[in-house]
Ligand binder design. Structure first.
Ligand code: NAD
Length: 383
């Protein structure tokens, strides 16, 4: 069996996403399974070159996983023979310059979202990559969550009849960082460092709503910085200048209304950290990261409002679990495999930098809608 190595410059692998989901679960996951078998029988073998700012962290990380290639010099990594792909999971604000350098070096590029902090930069990157003739892709991991795959299956199978509305609830309490360490990095709470929950999450909501339900028509949002002071990684207080919660309403094709709350300042009374309820004329579903439950119209109870009595029905128990009917792998890994096939054998990969720009477009519109207190149309993006 022929084996073909493919060098991947991985920048930001000391970070939360770069390490756990991309290096550990995806690239090393693929190696643990013996590489990625291509259509012609060749086995593609990813060879990561770790890039970051701290020599000590990179060395430790490489040693921990038996890897030998790492550097703090991005230009040097991009110049190494055999490197064909650049991957970026750095802080968002460092992304555009690094991707520009990678495209200039002729690399195919795969990146975390958002592709840029603003639409102009996101579109410029897409055009740059297209003109350079390199392949480009953006992480859209939520589409690969088992719960959302099952939801998509229901939509495709016509379960809902006419979809009326979507209600999404995303969030959990992120500690302020004083008496308990924060579980997210401090830059997330500083606008000047590319933080904010709208920029972080609305990229996801764009492809989730459009990939599963229907194209977006308009957006209105009320954002908030509920916690104005937090404590950073060194325990020092700082002003939280970015939004930590956003309450959004979206209009979709067909008169569908979606409401999504995104919050780092709420406590979870749900089964999963994100849940979407979709209501349709024929039935409803509640999908989370892994689970998806349904209620068909024929199984819908007829509650009567009576505040004088305790609840007479156990509403939660009246829903049915949608079966897996498939093996669900880690979504980040699945998407990596698709991007690798896209590079190595020209397999289709729909989530290019233009898809990334659509996410950034929604985030930018949402921030404007909030600031101006208006509902804004979501215009078509010209390539
Ligand atoms: N797809 C998803 O579900 C998802 C989830 C979380 C974050 N993300 C995205 O992944 C990216 C990284 O987020 P994270 O939560 O892993 O962040 P993190 O703070 O844990 O990691 C950031 C990485 O960037 C590097 N870096 C480069 N320049 C830096 C600078 N000037 N300041 C600080 N760090 C710098 C750090 O060394 C580190 O490796 C972001 O763009 C974020 O939007 C995606």
């Amino acid at each position: 069996m022929e084996r073909r190595s493919i060098g991947i410059v991985m920048n930001g692998v000391t970070g939360r996403m770069g390490y756990r989901q991309h290096l550990l679960r995806s690239i090393l996951g693929i190696r643990e399974r013996g590489g990625l078998r291509l259509a012609d029988g060749t086995v593609l073998w990813p060879e990561p070159v770790l890039v970051g700012r701290s020599e000590a962290k990179l060395r430790e990380l490489a040693e921990r996983h038996g890897l030998t290639e790492w550097t703090t010099d991005l230009a040097e990594a991009l110049a190494r023979p055999g490197t064909e792909i650049y991957f970026d999971a750095q802080v968002t604000s460092a992304r555009v310059d690094a991707i520009r350098a990678a495209v200039a070096a002729g690399k195919h590029v795969y990146t975390e979202k958002p592709t840029a902090e603003g639409l102009a930069d996101a579109l410029a990157l897409a055009r740059l990559a297209e003109e350079a003739g390199v392949k480009h892709g953006v992480v859209q991991d939520k589409l690969f969550l088992p719960g959302l795959l099952k939801l998509k299956r229901l939509v495709d199978g016509g379960f809902f009849g006419r979809i009326l509305s979507v209600r999404g609830e995303f969030g959990y309490w992120v500690f302020e960082g004083d008496w308990q360490e924060a579980q997210r990095p401090s830059w997330n709470y500083r606008d000047e460092d590319g933080g904010g929950i709208i920029l972080d999450m609305f990229c996801h909501w764009r492809y989730v709503l459009e990939g599963i339900v229907a194209p977006l028509r308009s957006v209105q949002v009320l954002g908030a910085t509920h916690i104005p002071e937090r404590f950073d990684e060194d325990g020092k207080p700082y002003q939280a200048t970015a939004d930590d919660a956003a309450y959004g309403i979206f209009e979709l094709d067909g008169g569908i209304v979606a409401q999504i709350n995104s919050s780092w300042t709420t406590r979870v009374f749900r089964d999963e950290l994100v849940e979407f309820q979709v209501d349709g004329t024929e039935g409803s579903a509640v999908a989370g990261l892994r689970r998806c439950r349904v209620q068909h119209r024929s199984m819908t109870p007829k509650p009567v409002w009576n505040p004088d009595l305790p609840a007479t029905e156990d509403f939660r128990s009246q829903w049915q679990e949608v079966p897996d009917n498939a093996d669900f792998d880690n979504g980040f890994k699945t998407q990596w495999e698709m991007f690798l096939r896209h590079v190595a054998e020209d397999a289709p990969f729909p989530w290019d930098f233009y898809a990334g720009a659509r996410g950034v477009q929604l985030a930018e519109l949402a921030l404007r809608a909030w600031r101006e207190g208006r509902r804004l149309e979501v215009p078509e993006l010209s390539r």
